[in-house]
Design a protein around this ligand. Structure first.
Ligand code: SF4
Length: 208
C-alpha cells in the first residue's frame, strides 16, 4: 500500500484535505463523501469496505440495516457509537455497491492510514473480507481468521464478518456476536500491539 504522509494534524484538517477529492474515479458518482464518525479518542475503531446507498445519501457511515445491527452488537458489549470510531476503506460509494477496486483502495489508503494514526486505537475491527484484506495487506479467508487478534502497526486488527453478510446469512450471526464478545475481552486486556519499526529509526540509532 501507498505510504504517502498527509499534512494533517487533526481529523478536522484531514477531512478538509478530502474535500472535493478526485484521486480515484469513485468521486464521480458520489452524493456525499463519507469521512467517518465517532470518538476521536476511541480505543476501538471499526472499518468497513465502502459507503452504501444510505451512507452516500447521508454522508455518514453505517446508517442502514447493517448500521442498526452494528448498534445492537455494540450495545451487547456495553458500548455506543459515540464511544467508538467508524469509517470505511474508501470514502466514496462504488457504483452498484460493488467491492472497491484495488486501485481505489490504494488511492484512498493514505487517508485511512492517517485517520488511524490520529485516533491511535487499541483495536481496529475490520468489518468483512475487503476491509480485513486491506488492513492486513493480503487476501484473507474470513471463516479462518474471524474473531482472532492479529498484530497491526501499533494496534491489533480483529477481523469479523460484515454485519450486512450476517443479515443475509443467519448462520454467521452467532459467530459475529461471539466475535464482539471477544472484542470486549481484547479491549480489557492490558497488552498493546507492537509498532512496526520505521525505516528511519535504525539510522537515528547509529548517531548515538
Ligand atoms: S474513494 Fe477516496 S480517493 Fe477515491 S475519490 Fe473518494 S475520497 Fe478520493
Amino acid at each position: 500500500m501507498l505510504s504517502e504522509r498527509l499534512e494533517a494534524d487533526s481529523l478536522e484538517e484531514l477531512e478538509q484535505l478530502l474535500e472535493g477529492c478526485q484521486r480515484c474515479p469513485l468521486w464521480s458518482d458520489r452524493s456525499n463523501l463519507v469521512f467517518g464518525s465517532g470518538s476521536r479518542d476511541a480505543q476501538l475503531m471499526f472499518i468497513g469496505e465502502a459507503p452504501g446507498r444510505a451512507e452516500d445519501a447521508k454522508g455518514l457511515p453505517f446508517v442502514g440495516p447493517a448500521g442498526r445491527l452494528l448498534d445492537d452488537l455494540l450495545a451487547g458489549i456495553g458500548l455506543t457509537r459515540s464511544e467508538v470510531y467508524i469509517t470505511n476503506v474508501v470514502k466514496c460509494r462504488p457504483p452498484g455497491n460493488r467491492d472497491p477496486l484495488p486501485e481505489e483502495m490504494e488511492a484512498c489508503h493514505p487517508f485511512l492510514a492517517r485517520q488511524i494514526e490520529l485516533i491511535e486505537p487499541k483495536i481496529v475491527c475490520a468489518l468483512g473480507r475487503v476491509a480485513a484484506g486491506s488492513l492486513l495487506g493480503k487476501t484473507v479467508q474470513m471463516s479462518r481468521i474471524h474473531g482472532t487478534r492479529l498484530n497491526g502497526d501499533g494496534y491489533f486488527v480483529v477481523p469479523v464478518f460484515h454485519p450486512a453478510a450476517a443479515l443475509r446469512t443467519p448462520s454467521s450471526m452467532s459467530a459475529l456476536e461471539e466475535d464482539f464478545r471477544n472484542l470486549k475481552k481484547y479491549l480489557q486486556q492490558e497488552e498493546v500491539a507492537p509498532k512496526t519499526v520505521s525505516r528511519e529509526e535504525p539510522e537515528q540509532l547509529e548517531l548515538f
